[in-house]
Ligand binder design. Sequence first.
Ligand code: AQP
Length: 321
Amino acid sequence: MRVLSGIQPSGSLHLGNYLGMMKPMLSYMDRAELFVFIVNFHALTSVAEPDKLARGTLEAAADFLALGLDPNRCVFWVQSDVPEVTELAWILTCITPMGLLERCHSYKDKIAKGISPNHGLFAYPVLMAADILLYQSNLVPVGKDQKQHIEVTRDIALKFNYTYGDTFVIPEGEISDDIATIPGVDGQKMSKSYGNTIEIFLDEKELRKKVMSITTDSTPVDQPKNPETCNLFQIYRHFAPRSRVEEVHRLYIEGGAAYGTLKKELVGILWDYFKDSREKRAELLADETYIRKVLAMGAEKARNIGEKTLELVRQRVGTRY
Ligand code: AQP
Protein backbone atom coordinates (compact mmCIF):
# COMPACT_ATOMS: atom_id res chain seq x y z
CA MET A 1 0.00 0.00 0.00
CA ARG A 2 1.31 3.43 -0.95
CA VAL A 3 0.70 6.16 1.66
CA LEU A 4 1.34 9.77 0.64
CA SER A 5 0.95 13.16 2.28
CA GLY A 6 2.51 16.61 1.95
CA ILE A 7 3.06 19.65 4.12
CA GLN A 8 3.35 23.33 3.18
CA PRO A 9 6.51 25.23 4.10
CA SER A 10 4.41 28.36 4.49
CA GLY A 11 5.59 29.01 8.04
CA SER A 12 6.99 27.08 10.99
CA LEU A 13 5.31 23.73 11.46
CA HIS A 14 2.95 23.56 14.41
CA LEU A 15 1.21 21.13 16.77
CA GLY A 16 -1.77 20.85 14.37
CA ASN A 17 0.55 19.78 11.54
CA TYR A 18 2.33 17.39 13.90
CA LEU A 19 -0.79 15.65 15.23
CA GLY A 20 -2.88 15.83 12.04
CA MET A 21 -0.27 14.70 9.56
CA MET A 22 3.35 14.24 10.68
CA LYS A 23 2.76 11.80 13.55
CA PRO A 24 0.36 9.57 11.55
CA MET A 25 2.79 9.57 8.61
CA LEU A 26 5.70 8.56 10.86
CA SER A 27 3.61 5.68 12.17
CA TYR A 28 3.38 4.29 8.61
CA MET A 29 7.14 4.06 8.12
CA ASP A 30 7.30 0.33 8.80
CA ARG A 31 3.85 -0.57 7.52
CA ALA A 32 3.62 0.92 4.04
CA GLU A 33 5.42 2.37 1.07
CA LEU A 34 5.66 5.90 2.44
CA PHE A 35 5.78 9.11 0.35
CA VAL A 36 6.32 12.35 2.26
CA PHE A 37 6.93 15.68 0.56
CA ILE A 38 7.17 19.39 1.16
CA VAL A 39 4.64 21.19 -0.99
CA ASN A 40 6.39 24.45 -1.83
CA PHE A 41 4.31 25.05 -4.99
CA HIS A 42 1.24 25.03 -2.75
CA ALA A 43 2.92 27.39 -0.30
CA LEU A 44 3.42 29.88 -3.16
CA THR A 45 -0.33 30.53 -2.97
CA SER A 46 0.26 32.35 0.33
CA VAL A 47 3.98 33.20 0.54
CA ALA A 48 5.47 35.89 -1.71
CA GLU A 49 8.79 36.17 0.15
CA PRO A 50 11.44 34.05 -1.61
CA ASP A 51 13.77 33.79 1.38
CA LYS A 52 10.93 32.76 3.67
CA LEU A 53 9.81 30.04 1.25
CA ALA A 54 13.32 28.68 0.65
CA ARG A 55 14.21 28.73 4.35
CA GLY A 56 10.83 27.25 5.29
CA THR A 57 11.42 24.37 2.89
CA LEU A 58 14.75 23.42 4.45
CA GLU A 59 13.35 23.83 7.93
CA ALA A 60 10.31 21.67 7.18
CA ALA A 61 12.70 18.99 5.93
CA ALA A 62 14.78 19.32 9.10
CA ASP A 63 11.60 19.09 11.20
CA PHE A 64 10.53 15.83 9.60
CA LEU A 65 13.99 14.27 9.84
CA ALA A 66 14.38 15.43 13.43
CA LEU A 67 11.03 13.90 14.34
CA GLY A 68 12.28 10.53 13.15
CA LEU A 69 11.56 10.25 9.43
CA ASP A 70 14.12 7.83 8.00
CA PRO A 71 14.82 8.79 4.36
CA ASN A 72 15.91 5.23 3.60
CA ARG A 73 12.50 3.89 4.55
CA CYS A 74 10.43 6.37 2.56
CA VAL A 75 10.48 8.70 -0.42
CA PHE A 76 11.06 12.22 0.92
CA TRP A 77 11.33 15.16 -1.45
CA VAL A 78 10.40 18.75 -2.30
CA GLN A 79 7.43 19.13 -4.65
CA SER A 80 9.12 21.55 -7.07
CA ASP A 81 12.05 19.16 -7.56
CA VAL A 82 9.65 16.99 -9.59
CA PRO A 83 8.11 19.65 -11.89
CA GLU A 84 6.22 16.96 -13.83
CA VAL A 85 3.49 17.48 -11.27
CA THR A 86 2.62 20.86 -12.83
CA GLU A 87 2.08 19.26 -16.24
CA LEU A 88 -0.29 16.77 -14.71
CA ALA A 89 -2.01 19.55 -12.76
CA TRP A 90 -2.74 21.42 -16.02
CA ILE A 91 -4.15 18.31 -17.67
CA LEU A 92 -6.36 17.68 -14.64
CA THR A 93 -7.43 21.33 -14.60
CA CYS A 94 -8.93 20.83 -18.04
CA ILE A 95 -11.32 18.14 -16.81
CA THR A 96 -12.14 19.73 -13.43
CA PRO A 97 -15.60 21.33 -13.30
CA MET A 98 -15.55 24.88 -11.89
CA GLY A 99 -18.37 24.00 -9.51
CA LEU A 100 -16.23 21.35 -7.83
CA LEU A 101 -13.67 23.99 -6.83
CA GLU A 102 -16.24 26.70 -6.06
CA ARG A 103 -17.67 24.46 -3.35
CA CYS A 104 -14.37 24.05 -1.48
CA HIS A 105 -14.65 25.25 2.15
CA SER A 106 -10.95 25.84 2.61
CA TYR A 107 -10.93 28.44 -0.20
CA LYS A 108 -14.12 30.07 1.07
CA ASP A 109 -12.83 30.13 4.69
CA LYS A 110 -9.59 31.81 3.66
CA ILE A 111 -11.42 34.46 1.66
CA ALA A 112 -13.78 35.05 4.59
CA LYS A 113 -10.72 35.59 6.82
CA GLY A 114 -9.61 38.40 4.54
CA ILE A 115 -6.86 36.52 2.67
CA SER A 116 -6.77 37.99 -0.83
CA PRO A 117 -7.56 35.22 -3.31
CA ASN A 118 -5.29 34.33 -6.21
CA HIS A 119 -5.91 31.71 -8.87
CA GLY A 120 -3.43 29.38 -7.16
CA LEU A 121 -5.51 29.37 -4.00
CA PHE A 122 -8.62 28.53 -6.02
CA ALA A 123 -6.85 25.81 -8.02
CA TYR A 124 -5.02 24.44 -4.93
CA PRO A 125 -7.10 21.21 -4.85
CA VAL A 126 -6.21 20.38 -8.47
CA LEU A 127 -2.48 20.60 -7.76
CA MET A 128 -3.11 18.47 -4.69
CA ALA A 129 -4.94 15.93 -6.88
CA ALA A 130 -1.95 15.92 -9.26
CA ASP A 131 0.38 15.21 -6.33
CA ILE A 132 -1.69 12.31 -5.12
CA LEU A 133 -2.43 10.80 -8.55
CA LEU A 134 1.07 11.22 -10.04
CA TYR A 135 2.36 8.75 -7.47
CA GLN A 136 -0.67 6.43 -7.69
CA SER A 137 -1.27 6.73 -3.96
CA ASN A 138 -3.71 4.49 -2.11
CA LEU A 139 -4.02 6.33 1.18
CA VAL A 140 -3.63 10.00 2.17
CA PRO A 141 -3.50 10.71 5.94
CA VAL A 142 -4.59 14.32 6.57
CA GLY A 143 -6.31 16.57 9.12
CA LYS A 144 -10.07 17.15 8.81
CA ASP A 145 -9.52 20.45 6.96
CA GLN A 146 -8.24 18.48 3.95
CA LYS A 147 -11.10 15.96 3.82
CA GLN A 148 -12.94 17.80 1.07
CA HIS A 149 -9.76 18.14 -1.01
CA ILE A 150 -9.36 14.37 -0.98
CA GLU A 151 -12.95 14.04 -2.19
CA VAL A 152 -12.13 16.47 -5.02
CA THR A 153 -9.12 14.32 -5.92
CA ARG A 154 -11.31 11.23 -6.07
CA ASP A 155 -13.88 13.01 -8.26
CA ILE A 156 -11.17 14.20 -10.65
CA ALA A 157 -9.56 10.75 -10.84
CA LEU A 158 -12.89 9.03 -11.46
CA LYS A 159 -13.76 11.52 -14.20
CA PHE A 160 -10.35 11.08 -15.84
CA ASN A 161 -10.59 7.28 -15.73
CA TYR A 162 -14.12 7.44 -17.15
CA THR A 163 -13.13 9.86 -19.94
CA TYR A 164 -9.77 8.42 -20.99
CA GLY A 165 -9.74 4.87 -19.63
CA ASP A 166 -8.33 3.42 -16.43
CA THR A 167 -5.25 5.41 -15.49
CA PHE A 168 -5.26 6.42 -11.83
CA VAL A 169 -5.55 4.57 -8.56
CA ILE A 170 -8.53 6.04 -6.70
CA PRO A 171 -7.12 7.16 -3.33
CA GLU A 172 -8.74 7.12 0.10
CA GLY A 173 -8.29 9.83 2.72
CA GLU A 174 -7.49 8.87 6.30
CA ILE A 175 -8.62 11.22 9.02
CA SER A 176 -8.33 10.19 12.63
CA ASP A 177 -11.51 11.07 14.58
CA ASP A 178 -9.35 11.54 17.62
CA ILE A 179 -7.27 14.29 15.99
CA ALA A 180 -9.61 15.85 13.36
CA THR A 181 -8.87 19.55 13.97
CA ILE A 182 -6.45 20.81 16.59
CA PRO A 183 -7.47 24.27 17.84
CA GLY A 184 -5.05 27.19 17.84
CA VAL A 185 -4.52 29.50 20.81
CA ASP A 186 -7.66 31.45 19.82
CA GLY A 187 -9.86 28.35 19.40
CA GLN A 188 -10.06 28.45 15.57
CA LYS A 189 -8.29 25.70 13.58
CA MET A 190 -4.58 25.97 14.32
CA SER A 191 -3.26 27.34 11.06
CA LYS A 192 -0.11 29.06 9.88
CA SER A 193 -2.11 31.67 8.06
CA TYR A 194 -4.28 32.51 11.09
CA GLY A 195 -1.35 33.48 13.35
CA ASN A 196 -2.69 31.26 16.15
CA THR A 197 -0.14 28.46 16.11
CA ILE A 198 2.01 26.79 18.72
CA GLU A 199 5.06 25.79 16.73
CA ILE A 200 6.71 22.44 17.39
CA PHE A 201 10.16 23.92 17.85
CA LEU A 202 10.03 27.12 19.87
CA ASP A 203 12.49 28.26 22.50
CA GLU A 204 11.24 27.77 26.04
CA LYS A 205 10.26 31.39 26.61
CA GLU A 206 8.22 31.60 23.38
CA LEU A 207 6.62 28.24 24.11
CA ARG A 208 5.52 29.46 27.54
CA LYS A 209 4.15 32.68 26.06
CA LYS A 210 2.12 30.82 23.42
CA VAL A 211 0.73 28.19 25.79
CA MET A 212 -0.18 30.79 28.42
CA SER A 213 -2.10 32.69 25.71
CA ILE A 214 -4.46 29.77 24.92
CA THR A 215 -8.00 31.14 25.22
CA THR A 216 -10.05 29.59 28.03
CA ASP A 217 -13.40 30.59 29.52
CA SER A 218 -13.90 32.26 32.90
CA THR A 219 -15.53 29.34 34.76
CA PRO A 220 -14.18 29.33 38.37
CA VAL A 221 -11.69 26.59 39.25
CA ASP A 222 -14.08 24.58 41.42
CA GLN A 223 -16.91 24.55 38.83
CA PRO A 224 -17.37 21.75 36.24
CA LYS A 225 -16.10 22.52 32.73
CA ASN A 226 -16.51 20.87 29.36
CA PRO A 227 -13.19 19.24 28.32
CA GLU A 228 -14.48 18.65 24.76
CA THR A 229 -14.86 22.36 24.04
CA CYS A 230 -11.80 23.52 25.98
CA ASN A 231 -8.94 24.53 23.66
CA LEU A 232 -6.39 23.85 26.35
CA PHE A 233 -7.59 20.31 27.04
CA GLN A 234 -7.85 19.56 23.32
CA ILE A 235 -4.08 20.10 23.05
CA TYR A 236 -3.13 18.82 26.50
CA ARG A 237 -4.77 15.42 26.01
CA HIS A 238 -2.49 14.51 23.09
CA PHE A 239 0.77 15.04 24.95
CA ALA A 240 0.25 14.31 28.67
CA PRO A 241 0.63 10.72 29.94
CA ARG A 242 -2.64 8.79 29.62
CA SER A 243 -3.23 8.39 33.39
CA ARG A 244 -2.77 12.13 33.90
CA VAL A 245 -5.15 12.89 31.00
CA GLU A 246 -7.81 10.73 32.67
CA GLU A 247 -7.27 12.47 36.00
CA VAL A 248 -7.49 15.95 34.43
CA HIS A 249 -10.57 14.91 32.45
CA ARG A 250 -12.24 13.98 35.73
CA LEU A 251 -11.27 17.37 37.23
CA TYR A 252 -12.96 19.08 34.28
CA ILE A 253 -16.17 17.11 34.77
CA GLU A 254 -16.29 17.31 38.57
CA GLY A 255 -14.66 20.70 39.13
CA GLY A 256 -11.11 21.48 40.21
CA ALA A 257 -9.37 21.99 36.86
CA ALA A 258 -7.24 25.16 37.13
CA TYR A 259 -6.40 26.53 33.68
CA GLY A 260 -3.27 28.41 34.80
CA THR A 261 -1.77 25.35 36.48
CA LEU A 262 -2.60 23.12 33.52
CA LYS A 263 -1.02 25.58 31.10
CA LYS A 264 2.22 25.64 33.11
CA GLU A 265 2.17 21.84 33.18
CA LEU A 266 1.61 21.72 29.40
CA VAL A 267 4.65 23.92 28.79
CA GLY A 268 6.84 21.38 30.62
CA ILE A 269 5.21 18.44 28.88
CA LEU A 270 5.72 19.92 25.39
CA TRP A 271 9.27 20.98 26.17
CA ASP A 272 10.21 17.43 27.22
CA TYR A 273 8.16 15.73 24.49
CA PHE A 274 10.17 17.39 21.69
CA LYS A 275 13.52 17.55 23.53
CA ASP A 276 15.43 14.93 21.51
CA SER A 277 13.98 16.13 18.21
CA ARG A 278 14.86 19.72 19.06
CA GLU A 279 18.50 18.76 19.55
CA LYS A 280 18.58 16.70 16.38
CA ARG A 281 17.00 19.55 14.41
CA ALA A 282 19.63 22.03 15.59
CA GLU A 283 22.36 19.61 14.45
CA LEU A 284 20.74 19.12 11.03
CA LEU A 285 20.37 22.85 10.43
CA ALA A 286 23.93 23.60 11.55
CA ASP A 287 25.17 21.84 8.40
CA GLU A 288 22.55 21.58 5.66
CA THR A 289 24.59 19.20 3.48
CA TYR A 290 22.83 16.13 4.79
CA ILE A 291 19.33 17.60 4.34
CA ARG A 292 20.10 18.63 0.75
CA LYS A 293 21.52 15.18 -0.05
CA VAL A 294 18.46 13.45 1.35
CA LEU A 295 16.08 15.69 -0.64
CA ALA A 296 18.01 15.18 -3.88
CA MET A 297 17.89 11.40 -3.40
CA GLY A 298 14.15 11.58 -2.66
CA ALA A 299 13.43 13.73 -5.72
CA GLU A 300 15.15 11.21 -7.96
CA LYS A 301 13.11 8.33 -6.55
CA ALA A 302 9.86 10.31 -6.80
CA ARG A 303 10.60 11.45 -10.34
CA ASN A 304 11.21 7.89 -11.56
CA ILE A 305 7.75 6.92 -10.39
CA GLY A 306 5.99 10.13 -11.43
CA GLU A 307 7.43 10.06 -14.96
CA LYS A 308 5.83 6.69 -15.63
CA THR A 309 2.38 7.92 -14.65
CA LEU A 310 2.79 11.12 -16.63
CA GLU A 311 3.88 9.28 -19.78
CA LEU A 312 0.74 7.16 -19.57
CA VAL A 313 -1.37 10.30 -19.08
CA ARG A 314 0.23 11.99 -22.12
CA GLN A 315 -0.69 8.99 -24.25
CA ARG A 316 -4.21 8.87 -22.85
CA VAL A 317 -5.00 12.55 -23.49
CA GLY A 318 -3.11 12.88 -26.79
CA THR A 319 -0.34 15.31 -25.92
CA ARG A 320 2.10 12.53 -26.89
CA TYR A 321 1.73 12.57 -30.71
N1 AQP B 1 -5.17 22.43 13.16
C1 AQP B 1 -4.94 21.28 12.55
N2 AQP B 1 -5.43 20.13 13.07
C2 AQP B 1 -5.21 18.94 12.46
N3 AQP B 1 -4.49 18.80 11.34
C3 AQP B 1 -3.99 19.92 10.78
N4 AQP B 1 -3.25 20.13 9.68
C4 AQP B 1 -3.00 21.46 9.56
N5 AQP B 1 -3.55 22.12 10.57
C5 AQP B 1 -4.19 21.21 11.35
C6 AQP B 1 -2.82 19.09 8.77
O1 AQP B 1 -1.44 19.25 8.52
C7 AQP B 1 -1.17 18.83 7.21
C8 AQP B 1 -0.31 19.80 6.51
O2 AQP B 1 -0.98 21.02 6.41
P1 AQP B 1 -0.45 22.11 5.42
O3 AQP B 1 0.67 22.83 6.04
O4 AQP B 1 -0.14 21.53 4.12
O5 AQP B 1 -1.70 23.03 5.15
P2 AQP B 1 -2.84 23.46 6.05
O6 AQP B 1 -3.77 22.36 6.37
O7 AQP B 1 -3.52 24.59 5.37
O8 AQP B 1 -2.05 23.91 7.33
P3 AQP B 1 -2.03 25.33 7.84
O9 AQP B 1 -1.14 25.46 9.00
O10 AQP B 1 -3.43 25.74 8.06
O11 AQP B 1 -1.35 26.12 6.63
P4 AQP B 1 -1.78 27.43 5.89
O12 AQP B 1 -2.31 28.35 6.92
O13 AQP B 1 -0.51 27.93 5.25
O14 AQP B 1 -2.81 27.05 4.89
C9 AQP B 1 -2.51 18.62 6.52
O15 AQP B 1 -2.76 17.24 6.43
C10 AQP B 1 -3.48 19.26 7.42
O16 AQP B 1 -4.72 18.61 7.39
